[in-house]
Ligand binder design. Sequence first.
Ligand code: NAP
Length: 538
Amino acid sequence: MSDQTQPQHEAIVIGAGVAGIYQMYKLQELGIDATVLEAADGPGGTWYWNRYPGARFDSESYTYGYSFSKELLGEWEWSEHFAGQPETLRYLNHVVDKFDLRRHMQFGCKVQGASFDEQNCYWTVNLEDGRKLTTRFLLTAIGMLSAATMPKIEGVDSFEGDSWHTYYWPHEPVDLAGKRVAVVGTGATGVQVIAEIADKVGELTVFQRRPNWCAPLHNDRIDERTQAEIKATYDEIFELCRRSPGGFIHAPDQRKFRDVPEEERLALWQKLYETPGFSKWMSNFIDVGIDPEANAEYSAFIANKIRERVHDPITAEKLIPKDHGFGTRRVPLETRYFEAYNRDNVHLIDINETPIERITPKGIRTSYQEFEFDLIIYATGFDAITGAFDRINFTGPGGLPLRDKWSQSPDTFLGVQTAGFPNLLMLSGPQGGSVSTNYPRGIETSVNWISDLLTYMREHGYRRVEAQAQAEQEWRQHVQEMYQFQLMSKIKSWMTGYNSNVEDHDRIRFMIYPGGAPRYRQRLSEVAQNGYEGFSLS
Ligand code: NAP
């Protein structure tokens, strides 16, 4: 008979994506008995699922890889400045094999729920296959954009052709040649798909609700010399990322927009537009995301770029956001996205003018016209951050479901724990810092911090940790204060917890830590230095 008072594992990690892989590496290093439960049949998380055409980083590849192993950095060669999904998935598999982590991972394991046993101080994890596993600590590495959402449109299931959410793109090659294809959604995903398939399909019809401020990615292959330079300067690259608010090599220009003469301002903006990656968002004047006038001027500059690139002026106007300024939603980076609309086979439908009435067996019916398609691609996004938690029935000691606790506000302390859920440790929890940065950079912070906490607990003989309600309240207030300064705080997007397709999420919720990575890390280390103040350890 097994001893029911003792859990089977010291730690269970849910998810084998970027976060789960590194967390398992650290647990293995610390000699903590752990297993990773992953619903997919392989590691990779986001990069396992999102196999749609055009899926690639908007982060420089060499800032996206893990920084923890010099050997790994020395041996892995990214082929492009912004790598595509297949390469990233290969990379993550390589990491798993290199550090012998696969033996700790169970694939095809979908977690349905988990409940905390107060008496024995452990979590019981229920799997879809009927198994129950127990663990002292339950670590969620369930991703921030992993709960894909289909649009709430009548008739979605009635379509007789192929249709997929981009997240569930088939693993087998899809023949697009000559096909009549619809794309619903123009976020970062839709923008990548549209640009990639425009010249590969027969007809492409894009259904756009709100346009986004897209800007050029400027991807390129990494030549041998640059490859050597990257390898020789990894320390500097990661130091730049560490110092920047977003965990990128791009840091804000500390000058204020008004302090710079117009000519110089325009010269900087032109340079940023020509520079690869997120420079045009993150290397801008410090107040462009805060000062409405600065933001309006910059938005006007980008609008003119769109007008220059799209031949038809009516289409160009439809592609220019009018309801929000540049950078107040996540900026999609693109390669020849706007040029796609210059093609005769690409059609843009503004569904504010002619709303979608329903999906029909043959295609999509708007208030103006019925369209027939062979394939409908739903690039309609995610129930971000809390969505993945809501899909697992976490219940605390008193039986309180986490989704009920978070129904009004997804409150946490530091994004790491939420009061009332002991020993549940979140790697990318709401209001945390890892969800607002270049993901692996933020994740390394979270994993390292949580691993230190586990070490501290082991050294001090503690087996229970819980965020204090008071600390959580103060953190929520701090997060809200940080939001106040930002223009993005009033704009509906996944970064403000908005999703029109999920009940009760069609409103603004404070979901990410908007104060920047350095400030977040500073708070984390203060808490640790003060004996994990704000947490009850016993
Ligand atoms: P998203 O930004 O939330 O975009 C979803 C799109 O679908 C929006 O255009 C939205 O319109 C539209 N939509 C949703 N429901 C609809 C409905 N019922 N009817 C019509 N349109 C509807 O999602 P995403 O594009 O998948 O991107 C999510 C995040 O994933 C990105 O912001 C980024 O962080 C990450 N991502 C990263 C990369 C990369 O690194 N390169 C690539 C792709 C995605 P509204 O805007 O009107 O709501």
